[in-house]
Design a protein around this ligand. Structure first.
Ligand SMILES: Nc1ncnc2c1ncn2[C@@H]1O[C@H](COP(=O)(O)OP(=O)(O)OP(=O)(O)O)[C@@H](O)[C@H]1O
Ligand SMILES: [Mg+2]
Length: 396
């Protein structure tokens, strides 16, 4: 008998150790909503670099919402013409199998939104098409219709004994400004007019979500931004040990230490090293132990995977100034580096970094860390760049 690996590289994590603080804060909001029927008045956005665990966190939120008998709508922004139409579509699908009388209330609200967005052109059934064509410009006046749609959906959900409605939006940085504006105004109106509407919105996205949202909306205080960071060592150890233990397989202490050190807190690497160690241990049966030598063999494989990932990301660096910036950062070291120092190393003023910075963030190569600092998204990226470009290791 062999046991397949319980690790999840490239897929949503089944459990999210290291995220208990985020989930406690979110659960508190969900409790408030479901127990008192009240609006969650701020839109929480957990943002972080690729592979840090945003989607996995948001799926945990979804589970917690279901545990509190809330209905949920999940939307990945950027997948269709607009975020608001995608939410409208989600609402329609949520109520699809409910009794006609309930369904019709949502359908009516939906048709009002459609009419508004399509400019009342008869026969244009899909908001999405209109939204796509005008970039949501017509949506300007559609905030009220969007609100009515949410209200109708929440009310019929309550008739179905749901405690409320939770909207979950992944990849929010890909949302278009018109939708972000519509949503933030809707929340602003709810805040003063409908405090007893049990609805909540939780979002996740790349670091640029913050600037994308702030550029689109004028009332950015409706949003609560939280940075999602790498896992602390304890959480990475739990992420490795727990799935194995559930299958009756142990990790030796030095194997766990080596794997945790290797992954350096990056969730994607945690799963990769776990999966490969599992394989090198021969898809262990209950009672077996994963040992240090398995981790060492695994590290060699993961190294290859990660180098491929780095190579793929670096291949997106096409402009000279971007490459210069990557090299300057790699020379400066492995952790966060000051923008000021990067600019100085490039012999440029700090504000000349704006454009390349934006593009490198978009390519998943660097990310904002604390204020005025930038860093590579994945541990080991700086060292890889130094190796490929034959740069000296940073002093100190
Ligand atoms: N708390 C966690 N502990 C251990 N592994 C995790 C944790 N969260 C996520 N992972 C794993 O890390 C990898 C990336 O997770 P996920 O897809 O949720 O990240 P993401 O931030 O949404 O990535 P992307 O930006 O590419 O969408 C997956 O392999 C997932 O199984
Ligand atoms: Mg994701």
């Amino acid at each position: 008998m062999v046991q397949p690996s319980p690790y999840t590289p490239g897929a949503v994590a089944r459990e999210t150790p290291g995220r208990s603080r985020q989930l406690a804060e979110i659960s508190e909001r969900l409790d408030m909503m479901s127990a008192t029927g009240r609006l969650v008045s701020r839109i929480r956005v957990d943002h972080g670099p690729r592979g840090v665990g945003k989607t996995s966190l948001l799926r945990q939120v979804e589970q917690r919402a279901h545990a509190r008998d809330a209905a949920t709508i999940w939307v990945t922004a950027g997948e269709s013409a607009g975020l608001v139409p995608a939410i409208a579509d989600g609402a329609e699908r949520l109520v699809r199998r409910w009794p006609v009388k309930l369904r019709e209330r949502v359908a009516t609200a939906l048709s009002h939104l459609e009419l508004k967005v399509t400019g009342g052109v008869p026969g244009v059934a899909s908001i999405e098409a209109a939204w796509g064509k005008t970039g949501g410009r017509r949506a300007r006046g559609a905030t009220r219709e969007f609100e009515d749609l949410l209200v109708a959906t929440v009310e019929v959900a309550q008739e179905r004994q749901f405690s409320g409605l939770v909207l979950l939006i992944d990849e929010i940085q890909a949302a278009e400004p018109a939708s972000l504006r519509t949503i933030s105004y809707a929340w602003q109106h709810f805040q003063s007019e409908r405090r007893f509407l049990p609805v909540a919105l939780f979002a996740a996205g790349l670091p640029e979500s913050v600037s994308v949202i702030n550029a689109a909306v004028s009332n950015s205080e409706r949003f609560a931004y939280r940075q999602l960071k790498d896992l602390p060592p304890d959480a990475a150890a739990v992420a490795l040990a727990n799935p194995a233990r559930e299958l009756g397989v142990g990790w030796s202490a030095d194997a766990i230490d080596a794997a945790v050190r290797y992954a350096a807190g990056y969730p994607h690497t945690v799963q990769l090293i776990g999966e490969n160690a599992w394989r090198h241990a021969g898809f262990p049966n209950p009672g077996a132990t994963i040992r240090r030598e398995h981790v060492e063999l695994a590290a060699a494989d993961v190294e290859e995977d990660i180098r491929e990932l780095f190579t793929a990301r670096l291949s997106k660096v096409t402009r000279q100034v971007e490459l210069e910036m990557v090299l300057a950062m790699a020379r400066l070291g492995d952790g966060p580096v000051r923008r000021h120092d990067i600019a100085a190393a490039m012999g440029k003023p700090t504000d000349a970094l704006g454009v390349p910075r934006g593009r490198l963030i978009g390519a998943g190569i660097i990310t904002d860390s604390s204020h005025g600092y930038l860093e590579f998204t994945v541990p080991g990226f700086a060292a890889f760049v130094r190796e490929v470009h034959d740069l000296d290791d940073p002093q100190g």
